[in-house]
Design a binder for this molecule. Structure first.
Ligand code: ZN
Ligand code: ZN
Length: 361
């Protein structure tokens, strides 16, 4: 990602600090760290004031930080948190926001203890939604990375689907996908692949097991690739051999609901409104109780992020936001069907970013 993006993100972050009347914000969430600074390590913090931008990290990462975030001051930190007291003293910051969704109680207590031991006064204020709100909107650069991740995931899925055989275990199928993703240049899968055969498919988040693919049963395959930090997410439901009438009937309801939501979602609609488009179709077909999860979710640096697209999602869906549309029907003892695509709102309508083939009967 080119460096010119980061100053504008930092500017937005600083305006949030001002709105909340804080002297500084302390960012601990790994994806937010990356989003605001470009620094991709697994450890460290950002400390941002109206005129300072500091990466606090240990000796393993200081060189990397200086390289990835040339405009940031890099502060080497150690195990004992005295560095926080030193920075508070130096910068004269007394109201510091921290990410309540991310910071552990333990870390917070250690910081407070260190401030006290060093006779430094600062209030630590819990905040949330720093970064999270901003990250719901993707700039063109991010969309390009996301589309790359989606293309890799889609191709890896198609390759896996062509290799599925009756008698193959769910774990074996998941492993084929994982290798196909890595071969195509992704750094990893974006979440643990879900392969659920027959009755296992009644559990939306089934873990791949030694269960074998059986002819004529549904297989839910939910998978994604991570490319330069961006996560794709795709679900297809497949059948090897002939699908019976019940599978065809359920599949048709889910597909109709999914295509309706894709066609009718517009910017300005709430996540709840979008969810209702698909949910009403599934309910009218008599399966309202069998669709127990949200219709979708935003995705980007994390596989689940804002906006929410569920029965209680009050936030608006707007141009520039990518999210999934993934209705499902799950029947205990029988199995399940879920179909998931990623869309992005552009010119008030959804553009579908996923291109993997869907099963047709
Ligand atoms: Zn998924
Ligand atoms: Zn999803």
């Amino acid at each position: 990602m080119s460096n010119f993006l980061f100053p504008s993100r930092l500017k937005k972050l600083r305006s949030k600090i001002g709105n909340q009347e804080l002297d500084a914000i302390f960012i601990s969430n790994a994806e937010n760290r990356r989003y605001f600074s470009g620094f991709t390590s697994s450890a460290g913090y950002l400390l941002v004031t109206p005129d300072q931008a500091i990466i606090c990290t240990d000796f393993r990462y200081t060189e990397q930080a200086a390289q990835q975030a040339p405009d940031w001051r890099v502060e080497r930190i150690g195990g004992k948190p005295d560095w926080i007291a030193n920075l508070v003293k130096e910068l004269e910051i007394h109201k510091i926001g921290f990410e309540a969704d991310d910071m552990t109680v333990n870390t917070l207590e250690r910081f407070k203890k260190s401030l006290k031991e060093n006779n430094v006064y600062a209030e630590l204020h819990p905040t949330s939604d720093y970064g999270v709100d901003l990250r719901a909107y993707k700039d063109n650069n991010e969309l390009e990375l996301l589309e790359n991740a989606i293309d890799i995931g889609d191709q890896a899925f198609e390759e896996t689907a062509s290799q599925l055989k009756v008698g193959m275990t769910e774990k074996e199928a998941a492993w084929i996908f994982e290798q196909a993703v890595r071969v195509r240049g992704a750094e990893s899968i974006s979440f643990d692949t879900i392969v659920a055969v027959g009755p296992n498919a009644a559990r939306p988040h089934h873990e791949p097991s030694d269960s074998k693919i059986v002819e004529g049963q549904t297989i839910i395959f939910d998978c994604g690739a991570r490319f330069k930090g961006y996560c794709s997410d795709l679900t297809r439901t497949l059948v090897l051999g002939e699908a019976d009438d019940e599978i065809k009937r359920i599949y048709d309801i889910v597909l109709t609901a999914q295509l309706a939501a894709i066609e009718l979602v517009t910017s300005g609609m709430t996540g709840e409104d979008c969810d209702a488009i698909a949910r009403n179709i599934i309910s009218e077909a008599g399966h309202g109780n069998d669709f127990g999860h949200s219709l979708g979710h935003g995705l980007g640096l994390e596989v689940h992020e804002q906006p929410g697209v569920g029965p209680n999602s009050k936030g608006k869906l707007e141009n520039g936001m990518p999210f999934t549309i993934e209705p499902g029907i799950y029947i205990p003892g029988w199995g399940g069907v879920r179909i998931e695509d990623v869309v992005v709102l552009e010119n008030d309508k959804a553009r579908v970013l996923s291109h993997a083939r869907k099963m047709k009967f």
